[in-house]
Design a protein around this ligand. Structure first.
Ligand SMILES: [Zn+2]
Ligand SMILES: [Zn+2]
Length: 294
């Protein structure tokens, strides 16, 4: 049967964050080597501020790569902080995100996951307002962009914003381009921020809250990470699936519930270049679906 007539794309969409060292197409090769059907990439060196557009040859190789995973999306660099009141820092952040959007468009990525930002002592209300204004500035400057921004919930470490659904909703509500904003949920960050999803019942309670405060139609992706840090600790430390403080229950729900089938799910768990840890974590995740007959 031709792919276009099949009832749904290859599912589930599960994989891991992949390095683009050596060029973006390398991330696709790495993902394919371990059977990822979804991958997340940085669109440039995540510890550098700036990078011009990708070379056309690099873009062509990426776009024409055979056997592409069902979902490929981006994650913004770690230096970007849209919540800072320090003028030079903010200006660099805006320019950096602008360039990343351009690179993401070159690769035809549907969205870039973004940590909303940190207020660095200015206070949460001022920080949230600044994040929304910063998003306005970047999105206004690239009206032709097809790439959306997926705000990621954070663990709430330090002065990081976006650790509650209410804060994420506030950014969306304040932004002049809410139609360009989506959400990426990170299981470890939820848990560290005080959302107890360690049981199936707790997980669905959290989702109900998400639906009420933000709305399920915003959900663009899952970051599947267990947590090395304790519940409500506000500390962001990822652990291998099933070996951290969260346990397997929410991962079973996310892997098996039909409503998450089309939502890409990627690991951001510690790993070496040989990807052995990814292979093991992916096996754990797929194992959760085999024992379930939902
Ligand atoms: Zn992230
Ligand atoms: Zn994290």
């Amino acid at each position: 049967m031709p792919a276009s007539l099949s009832p749904e794309p290859l599912l589930p969409l599960v994989g891991a964050h992949m390095s683009i060292a050596g060029g973006p197409v390398k991330a696709l090769e790495r993902g394919r080597s371990i059977g990822c059907t979804a991958i997340q990439i940085f669109v440039k060196n995540n510890l550098q501020w700036f990078a011009g557009p990708f070379a056309e040859t690099e873009v062509a190789r990426f776009r024409q790569y055979p056997d592409r995973p069902g979902s490929i999306f981006g994650h913004t660099g770690y230096l970007i902080n849209l919540g800072t009141n320090k003028a030079e820092f903010l200006e660099k952040s805006l320019r950096s995100l602008h360039e990343e959007l351009l690179r993401a468009d070159q690769l035809q990525l549907p969205f870039l996951v973004l940590h909303p930002g940190a207020h660095l002592g200015e206070g949460e209300a001022a920080g949230l307002a600044r994040v929304a204004r910063s998003l306005d500035a970047v999105l206004r400057a690239r009206p032709e962009s097809r790439c959306n921004i997926a705000l990621e919930n954070t663990a709430g470490q330090g002065s990081c914003l976006g650790y509650s659904f209410e804060q994420l909703a506030e950014i969306i509500n304040r932004c002049l381009f809410p139609e360009r904003l989506r959400i990426c949920l990170d299981t470890a960050h939820l848990f560290a921020a005080g959302y107890d999803l360690s049981t199936a019942k707790g997980f669905w309670k959290v989702m109900k809250r998400f639906d009420r405060i933000i709305g399920r139609d915003r959900l663009a992706a899952w970051h599947l990470n267990d947590s090395k840090s304790a519940f409500n600790s506000r500390v962001d430390r990822h652990e291998h699936i099933g070996t951290g403080k969260i346990g397997l229950e929410p991962f079973r729900e996310i892997m098996t519930a039909p409503e998450f089938r089309a939502i890409p799910k990627v690991l951001e768990t510690p790993k070496q270049a040989d990807l052995k840890e990814d292979v093991k974590n992916l096996a754990t995740l797929h194992g959760l679906t085999e024992k379930c007959h939902k």
